[in-house]
Design a protein around this ligand. Structure first.
Ligand code: PLP
Length: 351
């Protein structure tokens, strides 16, 4: 992205669509929309800008008021950027099961991070944010219910896809969901403007809540009243919490989803590694998981089909997680052999 901008927030969105050359079967055209090109490295930069600007416009958020949200990371990082640029204090609640670098990134951007017990899962951190907002009169962004979340995807992500595939085929669009903002906002625009495009949603195999068909208990404000019975913890950070978000359910109820795929954690990680090693595309576990779903679609798709999948964030956010579990800090046998193949500058591994 080149150009001159008045502030960092103007660089959110307009992410590239890149062809997947080696991992895709020959009979289809597979493309990926790489959201790591957003300034803070994830699709959630869009949501952060969308919810803050909608609240400024409605008057719900007052100048200098503290913003609070429950997030597993990327939303907090995006909000921290938006709040830093616009001058709002930010408090994030986050279960202590998520990667340490996410906390540090938010703190580096000036936010306060309040950790909640992992055992209380996603609902615990959401309730903590609610308690804090009520007690202190802070503005709660409610990423899981806030219509400004899907709206910004309808206004930006979806329009970029329409523009990039204008006059071309687009047979399948594949996404995962965290809040469902991407699914809901892009899905409704595609259903209207590209009704031939089949919408495919991926969810974790161990938390196949949509596939289960079981309803989600809700409070009158749309927030989840309890953990969903089909949820078990899964390794795809950023994908679904332990409940079906309202925004996701709304998208499902519109009957615009063609297929729901279950993705196993180890396969998600393998796809993320393959994207890095064979395509030079550096994305997190949810990107690998969505690519896994897209490859399933490709395998069954008619000859000449075009498939687009979403890659939500950068792999750099996962250095301390199992995604990098087999990456050593010291030289492995092959590297040692390379080192020893010339006489100088050999540095043995520490004992
Ligand atoms: C890493 C990652 N992948 C995927 C998603 C899904 O995005 P959305 O909230 O728009 O459903 C998110 C956000 O939750 C995320 O952080």
């Amino acid at each position: 992205m080149s150009g001159k901008y008045q502030n960092i927030l103007e660089t959110i969105g307009n992410t590239p669509v890149v062809r997947i050359n080696k991992l895709a079967p020959d009979h289809v055209n597979l493309f990926a929309k790489i959201e790591a090109f957003n300034p803070l490295g994830s699709v959630k930069d869009r949501l952060a800008l969308g919810v803050i600007e909608a609240a400024e416009q409605s008057g719900e958020l007052k100048p200098g008021q503290t913003v609070v949200e429950a997030t597993s990371g990327n939303t907090g990082i995006g909000l921290a950027m938006v709040c830093a640029q616009k001058g709002y204090p930010l408090v994030i609640t986050m279960a202590d099961s998520f990667s340490v670098e996410r906390r540090k990134l938010m703190r580096f951007l000036g936010a306060k991070v309040v950790l909640t017990p992992a055992a209380e899962k996603g609902t615990g951190m959401v309730r903590k944010a609610l308690e804090l907002a009520e007690k202190h009169g802070w503005f709660l962004t409610r990423q899981f219910e806030n219509e400004a979340n899907p709206d910004i995807h309808a206004r930006t992500t979806a329009q970029e896809i329409l523009r990039d595939f204008d006059g071309e085929k687009l047979d399948y669009w594949v996404t995962g969901f965290g809040t469902g903002g991407t699914l809901n906002g892009v899905g409704r625009v595609l259903a209207e403007h590209r009704p031939e495009t089949k919408i495919v949603v991926c969810e974790p195999e161990g938390a196949a809540m949509l596939s289960s068909g079981a309803a989600q208990d809700r409070n009158p404000d749309g927030s989840a009243a309890s953990s969903h019975p089909a949820f078990t913890p899964h390794p795809v950070q950023g994908w679904t919490p332990d409940f079906i978000p309202k925004i996701t359910e709304d998208a499902v109820n519109r009957n615009q989803i063609h297929e729901i795929l279950k993705i196993a954690g180890p396969r998600a990680m393998e796809c993320s590694r393959n994207l890095a090693r064979k395509e030079g595309i550096f994305v997190g576990v949810s990107g690998g998981a969505t690519l896994a779903g897209a490859l399933d679609v490709c395998g069954r798709a008619p000859v000449g089909s075009t498939v687009l999948c979403m890659l939500p964030d950068t792999a750099e956010r996962y250095l301390s997680t199992p995604l990098f579990g087999d990456i050593e800090a010291e030289m492995n046998d092959e590297e040692m052999e390379v080192s020893l193949s010339t006489p100088g500058y050999h540095r043995p591994n520490p004992a």
